[in-house]
Design a protein around this ligand. Structure first.
Ligand code: AMP
Length: 230
């Protein structure tokens, strides 16, 4: 049995310093607007850096921390973050060095999915990625199961933030970082897209219909591929 996130936490109850955040300009997040104000909602993740003993913390090591999303948009929804406060937003990712950081975040996500799948459902599928324009400060990667079965998934913006290209998969972010092109703000318009099923691609007219549809849509794109391959 691999080391569980909770046992990792139990073994390593280290506290991090509450150093103030970097003051670099932000294209991809709210850092510029709310810097150094930890009471602001946009700084809600910083408390975990200050206090990794918070019950929402599900993984901790020397470099990374992961928490349960406070308003999960699926059965399993976590946020993986570097503990270094210099990573205030996506804009703090620079070049090849941070490609390694992203790879490590991906490895943490893999561990979480393996150890923390609270539903006990081995068929759940997960995606890891970043919102093109995050609403909260401090670099955070979403680890989210693809059932989207949650009362917190309430509106088009929620849906499109995880199912359109507004959701930048970690693999794409890794490539972007090596190219030095990490500005995805141009994808903000995707939040206004129609409600499209992430499995079969059929458009839905409203959120109740979408939720009803995704609860029973079994379309599997990989099967279609199989039919056409030898
Ligand atoms: P974004 O900044 O758009 O990438 O997403 C921020 C995520 O953080 C959302 O999924 C929120 O549900 C979640 N969230 C907001 N406040 C908190 C909090 N205090 N603790 C944990 N998760 C939070």
């Amino acid at each position: 049995m691999p080391r569980s996130a909770h046992s990792a936490l139990g073994n390593k109850k280290k506290s991090v310093s509450s150093s103030s955040s970097s003051s670099n300009d932000s294209m991809n997040g709210p850092a510029k607007r709310h810097k150094n104000n930890r009471n602001h909602w946009a700084d809600g993740l910083l408390k975990f850096l200050d206090d990794p003993t918070d019950p929402a913390v599900v993984y901790l090591d020397d470099e990374f921390i992961a928490v349960k999303d406070k308003f999960p948009k699926a059965k399993c929804h976590y946020l993986v973050m570097p503990r270094d406060t210099k990573f205030r937003s996506l804009n703090d990712l620079e070049g090849r060095g941070d490609m390694v950081l992203l790879r490590k975040m991906e490895a943490v996500a893999n561990k979480l999915v393996h150890d923390q799948n609270e539903t006990g459902d081995p068929t759940l599928q997960f995606r890891y990625g970043f919102h093109a324009v995050p609403s909260l400060n401090h670099l955070h990667m979403h680890v989210i199961s693809q059932d989207f079965d949650s009362p917190h998934l309430k509106n088009k913006k929620h849906w499109n933030s995880f199912t359109t290209t507004f959701f930048v998969p970690v693999e794409e972010m890794q490539i972007a970082v090596t190219k030095g092109k990490i500005d995805f703000t141009y994808r903000e318009n995707r939040l206004k897209d129609g409600l499209k099923c992430h499995r079969c691609g059929k458009m839905q007219t409203n959120m109740p219909q979408l939720k009803q549809h995704i609860s029973c849509c079994n379309y599997d794109a990989t099967k279609e591929f199989d039919e056409y391959s030898d």
